[in-house]
Design a protein around this ligand. Structure first.
Ligand SMILES: Nc1ncnc2c1ncn2[C@@H]1O[C@H](COP(=O)(O)OP(=O)(O)OP(=O)(O)O)[C@@H](O)[C@H]1O
Length: 252
């Protein structure tokens, strides 16, 4: 059984055309899937529904066989806290906490405080090359470093599912590459399942499979055969035939 089963999802905002229109997809355990498509086709809506932050108009998302989109608030909140690692563009570190304390936050907000907290902070800091920065404060870090702190914070709970929405959008190409290398390495070491939304073909080339959405529906999928450059070219070609209004930097 697929780890994430997306079944006939439709989402309407008011009277507008459906943002998602009977969208279905299976994602295997330990798969690293990218969701791509032109602006406004429903990518963020899809991720927010999987994250239980938005309710679908109809359809269901199952995670590990559980109908998470049917759950009420408290159960959904518990799912987000214990199972999900959310990486979003607007990551908000707390300015008055050190980097170490920011990373530890998901484990210190509610008691009990894990006995191995320091080890866990050290471990995720190493995964994102943040070891020398743990006693600094957010304003002393570059945006790329801050984004890696947010990623470390997202994975310290050992989530089974990582959802990332344009996590490299505010980074320059060097910082974005570093971030994606860390994410891909983490993905393969920790055996998580990752769904990443992006409009950028280079970012997408770090994934195992790319699913293209068009007008709220499945359009196409391409799978990596191991060569990142070839996969990148395949992604660019599929993006080009999918049409729509892509952001400028997608296909260059
Ligand atoms: N809260 C909302 N209220 C009304 N319409 C919305 C809302 N959120 C999204 N939409 C509309 O739903 C459609 C899909 O939006 P969504 O943000 O999911 O697309 P996207 O593919 O992530 O776009 P982008 O790449 O530009 O971020 C768009 O037409 C958008 O205007």
């Amino acid at each position: 059984m697929a780890f994430v089963q997306i079944r006939h999802l439709t989402k309407r905002y008011g009277q507008h055309r459906a943002a998602l229109d009977d969208f279905s997809l299976d994602i295997a355990a330990n798969e690293f899937v990218g969701i791509m498509g032109p602006s406004g086709v429903g990518k963020s809506t899809l991720l927010n529904i999987i994250a239980t932050l938005k309710k679908p108009t109809s359809g269901t998302v199952f995670v590990a066989g559980q109908p998470v989109t049917k759950w009420r608030d408290a159960k959904a909140a518990n799912f987000r806290r214990t199972q999900l690692g959310l990486m979003i563009q607007d990551f908000r570190l707390l300015p008055n906490l050190t980097i170490g304390d920011n990373i530890a936050l998901p484990l210190t907000l509610l008691p009990p405080r894990p006995k191995d907290l320091a080890e866990r902070v050290a471990q995720v800091a190493t995964q994102f090359s943040l070891d020398p920065l743990l006693t600094r404060y957010p304003h002393q870090l570059s945006i790329g470093q801050q984004q890696r702190v947010a990623a470390a914070r997202a994975i310290i709970t050992k989530p089974s599912l990582i959802l990332a929405d344009e996590p490299t959008a505010s980074l320059d190409s060097h910082a974005a590459t570093t971030f994606l290398q860390h994410l891909a390495k983490l993905h393969h070491e920790a055996h998580t399942t990752t769904i990443l939304v992006t409009h950028d073909a280079f970012t997408a080339s770090f994934c195992d499979r790319i699913v293209f959405i068009k007008d709220g529906r499945f359009f196409a999928a391409v799978t990596s055969k191991g060569n990142q450059q070839q996969f990148f070219e395949q992604i660019v070609e599929t993006a080009a035939i999918s049409g729509g209004r892509w952001r400028d930097e997608t296909i260059n």
